[in-house]
Design a protein. Sequence first.
Length: 380
Amino acid sequence: MFESRMLEFRVQLGEARIDTALITDDDNIYYLTGYYDYLHMDFGRPTILIVPQDGPSLLITPSIDLNTADANARVDRIAAWNDGVGTEWRAELPAAIRPNVRVGFEPDQMPPVVRGYVESIVETSRMVSVTPLLSKMRMIKSAHELQLARHAGEVAGAMMSAGRAAIGDGVPEFEVAIATSQAGTRKAAELLSRHYTNADMSPNTHFLQIMASGDAIAKTHHRASTRVMRHGEPVFLCFCGMTNFHRFKLGFDRTFWIGEADPEQVAVYEVARASQQAALAVLKPGVTAEAVHAAYAEVIEDAGYAFPFRCGRATGFSFLEAPQLVTGDQTVLQPGMVLAVDGSVTVETFRAQIGDSFIITEDGYEPVTHHPKDVDDLIL
């Protein structure tokens, strides 16, 4: 799988007349090599993948992670560097970047310290972005990736069901987060044991639980806190960060109420739900990404509100991939894309959101997240 991706990437480099590519985005390094969970730039340690159009690939990575690289990275050569020894990660770059070649890089993902050094040894006129090449490669998922998406949907469903069951009058928010984490980890462990052979892949859920309740409901990315939920309050659960199965991400969220729902809040929720339904009514191959957003936004604006954000985004091994369901993105949807599609409305004291993930099929879409959407099913 990784070898075939690397081969395709070399073909793309040739067609774009790029001699050598420097890859520094963590997810793209995984996509091309299978190498993950190394020390990242948060610890000041760069990892750089060098892919020449017609030569051996080279992975430059901290020596502290060499054993992991040896086990996972599908590359021709690994060069490990140590803190404070010689020129560290810089040592291999001058020889890898030959004179008078076009060098591909990722402008938005290359760490500033790495970019500064690269620009000291390569004229900026010879540097060109490879981000469009990799984004296009990653748009259409393979059969293996689509299996990951479906299994990620099962993990998300287990977390949503556990979160729903934990919500109640007198329950602090963090108890919901504990329940969702346990349920997601157990489901992921079950799927990993049954379907996959990589024993190093962790089943544990990632990311802090996004949720909000009561008067904090309008805080879009509020994390689970010690706040105690009460009867009659709305509760929002989002798993867009925690749904990360075998490194595959999805979007998934719901709005609930404890015991009873405020009719004014229900009216806002119904607009949010209708906006997602409008987007789904046009979601299929052959339409543009921005057309899906337009259908969603029209419903919200016709109801007298401003749409709060783009309708959705592609997901995969990154939380945000191309295309985005937003004005200006004219990418034509194709079978094999995986998209998170939301409906949402925000008012001063309340926010309703409903979101799911879908695989684009030959004649429409396949849902990969599942949970009731009717208000009666969301009053707990």
